[in-house]
Write a protein of this length. Structure first.
Length: 264
């Protein structure tokens, strides 16, 4: 029995280095699970598009596909473009069974990578003193993701015994400039920014430039294709793939009716 194909879907960017992270994740997962068909795809700008990859899978003969959104700030709700992609693909290929996993989300394991990236940035900047942190992300995410992101900031703050504020690159919350000014109002002067971004897209560069303009001593690199990300993608894939399993609903129908009578 062939395992469902795994398609990681990122938004895409005009910068080819952003796409490189998705391709590195795909190669890493293929090395970990050589028995699976693993693909990286994009919703816009970068090739291959998600539609092109699904066309390829349909032509290959694999009849099952799991789409995994590469979103770090959304915990439950996907980008509407992902839902549209799912519906269009099901209409184009009625015999292809597709399911959509929940996004990666702001999982606590990613704080380990955030720490590693920030330590490296502080070392390069020769920073010996730190009294404030900013957790910077692309957006606040869905309600569950936003709540988890705030929790991660509190956990990061507790771990380092430093105050930590969150910042986002869009208009869904305070910018990194507001976060830095908030910490300065508390008397903090040596403030570092941890980048909760998957790749160095336009939003990341905007936040990084803004942070340095407002006096940040260091800004970490994005999380990138870390092993923790690979593990989370596999976990989302495995859970979503359960929706594609056929448990023989017709055969189970009679025992279920019998149990409901007994329970009554």
């Amino acid at each position: 029995m062939t395992a469902p194909a795994l398609v990681m879907v990122a938004r895409g960017s005009s910068d080819p280095l952003v796409a490189q992270v998705t391709h590195e994740l795909a190669r890493g997962l293929q090395d970990l699970r050589p028995e699976m068909d693993v693909y990286g795809a994009f919703l816009q700008q970068n090739p291959p598009t998600a539609k092109q990859v699904i066309d390829q899978i349909a032509a290959s003969g694999n009849t099952e596909v799991v789409l995994v959104p590469l979103q770090l700030t959304h915990a439950v709700e996907c980008d509407p473009a992902m839902t549209d992609l799912l519906h269009r693909s099901r209409a184009d290929y009625p015999d292809l069974r597709l399911t959509l996993s929940r996004p990666i989300g702001p999982e606590i394991s990613l704080l380990t990578i955030l720490d590693q990236r920030l330590r490296s940035a502080l070392s390069q900047a020769r920073c010996l003193e730190l009294d404030g942190l900013v957790l910077s992300a692309s957006c606040a995410g869905d309600p569950r993701g936003s709540a988890l992101l705030a929790r991660r900031a509190r956990q990061w703050s507790t771990h380092h015994r430093l105050p930590c504020l969150t910042a986002v690159a869009d208009d869904s919350g305070p910018s990194v400039a507001h976060a830095i000014m908030g910490l300065r109002a508390q008397g903090r002067r040596h403030i570092a920014v941890g980048s909760f971004f998957l790749s160095a897209d336009e939003s990341y560069h905007t936040q990084s430039d803004l942070a340095y303009r407002y006096g940040a001593v260091s800004v970490s690199e994005p999380i990138g294709s870390a092993r923790e990300v690979l593990d989370l993608v596999l976990a989302r894939y495995a859970f979503a793939a359960m929706d594609l399993l056929d448990f023989g609903a017709d055969e189970m129908a009679e025992p279920v009716r019998h149990l409901s009578v007994v329970g009554a």
